[in-house]
Design a protein around this ligand. Sequence first.
Ligand code: APR
Ligand code: ZN
Ligand code: ZN
Length: 364
Amino acid sequence: MRAALLRGKAQPLEIVDLEIAPPAPGEVKIRLVASGICRSDLSVTTGVLKSPMPVVLGHEAAGIVEELGEGVSSLKRGDRVVVSLSPACGECLFCNEGAPNRCFQMAPGMIGSTMLDGSNRLSQNGERIYQLCGVASFAEEAIVCARSCIVVDDDVPLERACLLGCGVLTGAGTVFNFPDIKPDTSLAIIGCGGVGLAAIQAARIKGVAPIIAIDIDPAKLTLAKELGAHHALDGNDDVQKAVRKLTGLGVHTAIEAIGNVATMESAWEMLRPGGLEIAVGMPRAGEKIPIRAGGLFLEKRLAGSTYGSSDPRRDIPRLLAHIRNGEFHLDPLVSEELPLERAQSALDDLAAGRGARHVIVFDH
Ligand code: APR
Ligand code: ZN
Ligand code: ZN
């Protein structure tokens, strides 16, 4: 099967033929229909995120179940599924605390780019190929953990539903799952890419007001307003002054959806006393946020969020319900559909800030 392979940091993706082993117990083989391209994929190519190489990128996907590994009873051949990042076990300490996004079983995929047992199912002429997040969806087929798959109805277009696997769930989940974000409280969203635009839509659904979108790309700000932001601020301007003008004391909550420590600092500065910053973007390992500690005396709080603090089995169906009743829109998030051969140009576009989400659609 064909896949886009990353051999090493800063190298271009190569379209290659790979061997794919059958699914092991608890795993399934998926014929991929579509894969979103997320900033975290780009971050692996630049070295901001680490992964063993060579690796097949791609971690938000949708497709059709083609083959079941031993013991899989939750899925059947032909099921249409969204592949989530979380094969949450339901049994570990974190799953029992209601935080499946922190499940111990996330680690092999997220840190080691392997399946749960630490091995891989892809190879090229005998050489081991790693699978980003245990998903590796820049490929025509994928072996994934059955527990990562969420079945969707026949009328859900997989070319859009793939975005629920990571970016959309991360952005929307943050808003839906943080109790601090309430109706009629102010919310700033810094970074209006795939993640930020999903957060804006969730905030509109939750009745949050005002929603203040901040980005440096005018096209993103236009989209942000169309999708529910009440105000759009150019990140190149004095956003602190603008936020104070709109809110008086500052915002109740600020979400950073870029992964940039400078905007994490900016989010901290725009909080009102008692306000909460939620850092969703993934910074380079080891980076530090230069925040003024005096803000703590104003009872400001800083929180992180992984995967929108989501439980995919609960939150993907909830999002699908919002999509079905016309409250949440995936179409405007997709700037371009392209074939696997153009995966590299999609990464280049993302790096240059061109468009919102690009989606690879597979031609089988
Ligand atoms: N100020 C404001 N906006 C900025 C700035 C800045 N200094 N720098 C970049 N942006 C905007 C870009 O214009 C873009 O619209 O941030 C947005 C980032 O969007 P994407 O590149 O589409 O990233 P996305 O996939 O949404 O991911 C955001 O979440 O999951 C993590 O790893 C992911 O850290 C990344 C973050
Ligand atoms: Zn668990
Ligand atoms: Zn992602």
